[in-house]
Design a protein around this ligand. Structure first.
Ligand code: ATP
Length: 369
């Protein structure tokens, strides 16, 4: 499933040069974005970046100031929320407290004028879908947070919308439950064959669930890509820093050849990389590399193309991995992490030891500044 890599695939949802202003404040700025049918798409960004505004425009609660939003080729301008094949699930769930779980799920169907027998069938089906059959007669206050979240989900898909919009759907759950529910949401989306657009500020959540992620900043799209691309090949310093941990070696591109390129880092180190794209020699660049791509050792590895000396500044044992802070001789502190594949009760590398960091020429990306 990767329609975005097929140049002939038709987008299902399209934001076409959309701007949204509130007074003289621009919340969304000339934004274009395409989502494909059956895609699990995440809008990721810090608070205030405009992600909820995008969802609200898609749902029809707000109209764009400029630009168009298309769904399956149809311009949504002027179409009221209830006539769009889109449903929205809010963070607060907004369940009716005095109604049972089944009544909550049935509510929208009743309003639509669906026949009674049909409603019963649909509600049963939805209860089974979210594994809440035994809880049909309970009221929301008799449920756990996770169960309430599932009721809300059942209610928002009961009408069989084509697109489900989820605004911070797991925000109210604790960490463990959130992680479990992420997988449930993915299964549900697969089972129903719906298109999901989820808003989140939690990068791990976006990485776990989404087919693709749009990273937003100040009402603009910074990058749209699969989780792996966003992490391994961020297009900018902003994206690299926003998603996951990263080390940045700032410097100048010294040479850009066919086989490899060389960066003269500001601290004096020379870094050989496989590719520096089309950056020109002399350009101000940064080499961005993730902690787990860096090896730490007590002697200079003989096979390493890139090796820089420093000393162990901090060691944090986290069980599954160990994180080292290595202070290079030029003063820069580098974060490196090692997966603890074998048991290590006593790490031979400890505070103040001399140490080398090393990494492969394809271990990071060169970003222009
Ligand atoms: P959060 O994660 O905090 O919800 P967000 O990325 O979803 O943030 P939006 O809710 O889309 O952000 O808001 C984007 C910006 O637009 C914010 O600065 C917000 O204050 C502003 N904004 C949103 N709605 C309105 C409104 N109705 N009137 C004025 N400003 C608004």
């Amino acid at each position: 499933f990767a329609p975005w890599s097929d140049p002939d695939a038709k987008p299902y949802i399209q934001f076409d040069n959309v701007t949204k202003r509130f007074g003289d404040f621009t919340a969304v700025n000339k934004l274009s974005l395409a989502v494909f049918e059956r895609e699990f798409f995440a809008l990721l960004g810090a608070s205030g970046c405009g992600k909820s505004t995008l969802l609200r425009m898609l749902a029809g609660f707000e109209e764009p100031s400029e630009g168009r939003i298309l769904l399956d080729g149809q311009d949504l301008a002027g179409i009221p929320p209830y006539r769009r094949p889109v449903n929205m699930m809010f963070q607060s769930y907004a369940l009716f407290p005095h109604m049972t779980v089944e009544a909550n799920i049935a509510f929208g169907l009743k309003q639509e004028g669906m026949a009674r027998a049909e409603i019963e069938k649909r509600v049963t089906e939805m209860l089974r879908l979210v594994k809440l059959e035994q809880f049909a007669r309970r009221k929301p206050h008799q449920l756990s947070g996770g169960q309430r979240q599932r009721v809300a989900l059942a209610r928002s898909v009961a009408k069989r919308p084509k697109v489900l919009l989820l605004d911070e759907p797991l925000g109210a759950l604790d960490k463990k439950l959130r992680e479990e529910t992420q997988f449930e949401l993915m299964d549900l989306q697969q089972d129903l064959g719906l298109t999901f657009v989820v808003v989140t500020h939690d990068q791990e959540e976006a990485m776990t669930m989404a087919d693709r992620i749009a990273i937003l900043d100040k009402g603009e799209v910074m990058q749209v890509a699969t989780p792996a691309e966003v992490y391994e090949a961020p297009s900018s310093r902003f994206v690299a820093g926003f998603v996951g941990n990263v080390n940045m070696f700032d410097g100048k591109l010294a040479r850009n050849g066919k086989e490899n390129a060389r960066i003269a880092a500001n601290g004096g180190a020379e870094i050989i990389v496989d590719s520096a794209g089309d950056a020109l020699p002399g350009a101000e660049v940064s080499f961005a590399i993730r902690p787990e791509k860096i090896r730490v050792s007590s002697t200079r590895p003989t096979d390493a193309v890139n090796a820089i000396e420093g000393e162990i500044y901090d060691v944090a044992y986290l069980g599954d991995m160990t994180v080292y802070h290595v202070k290079l001789d030029d003063g820069q502190v580098i974060k490196a992490s090692t997966l603890n594949a074998a048991r290590i009760i006593d790490d031979p590398l400890t505070w103040n030891d001399r140490a080398w960091i090393s990494f492969r020429p394809d271990a990071g990306v060169v970003l222009t500044r």
